[in-house]
Design a protein around this ligand. Structure first.
Ligand code: DX5
Ligand code: ZN
Length: 216
């Protein structure tokens, strides 16, 4: 059985201690660091941009999973890659040149991915299925951490699994908890983002372990 990757979102960490947060993530046994970039236009919230990714790059050798919730991501992607992003995902509806942008990310030696909001059909990724390394399903409408998982997204995992046929990773972002992660993984999720359920846990290392061991 392949290992489940856990990507805690630093959106739920203390912004005054981000260096410490990523060092803790490594100690806790997490795999990727999920970086939520929001522009206040595509989503109703503003977080951080390239300088944060650059600063984190200096503090950790973990995979930086950069989730772009911004308009025209193609304008900024070269700078996120230069800053140290390893995985770059964006929402197709924000980008005028989806295929070209995915190709560009891969040509830089990085993993490229598309993100599907809860109300976006899984089939929309079919034209790009051969250009992605990861497809991320949102379990909530993006903008904020700590929201409740929308259970109708579960069926999308099965549909996406059929399309992927093992050719790209399936990531799930938003509302993941120690209690609901098992069903997601059983249906085919490879990478889970967990913000509040890791950083807000009384014992975050235990939360990471519980998520990784959810099938046992
Ligand atoms: C939502 C973000 C998510 C979020 C996850 O807009 O893209 O990555 O931070 O947080 P939790 O795990 O608390 O739902
Ligand atoms: Zn995210």
């Amino acid at each position: 059985m392949t290992e489940i990757l856990v990507a805690p979102s630093i959106l739920s960490a203390d912004f005054a201690y981000m260096g410490e947060a990523v060092k803790n993530l490594k100690k806790w046994g997490a795999d990727w660091v999920h970086c939520d970039v929001m522009d206040g236009k595509f989503v109703p919230n503003i977080t951080f941009g390239m300088p944060m990714v650059k600063a984190l790059r200096k503090e950790t050798d973990m995979t930086l999973d950069v989730h772009l919730m911004i308009d025209s991501p193609e304008t900024y992607i070269p700078r996120f890659i230069e800053a140290g992003a390893d995985v770059v995902t964006f929402h197709a509806e924000t980008c005028a040149k989806v295929g070209e942008t995915l190709d560009y990310i891969r040509a830089q030696g990085k993993k490229a991915g598309l993100v599907l909001n809860p109300d976006v059909e899984v089939d929309t990724i079919i034209p790009y299925a051969h250009k992605v390394d990861v497809v991320m399903l949102m379990g909530v409408f993006p903008g904020f951490g700590g929201q409740k998982f929308i259970t109708s997204v579960l069926d999308k995992i099965n549909k996406l699994k059929e399309i992927s046929n093992g050719k790209f990773l399936i990531e799930l972002d938003g509302g993941v908890t120690v209690s609901n992660v098992k069903e997601m993984v059983e249906r085919g999720v490879d990478v889970v983002v967990a913000g509040s359920s890791v950083f807000g846990a009384p014992d975050p290392a235990q939360a990471v372990r519980d998520i990784k061991n959810c099938l046992h």
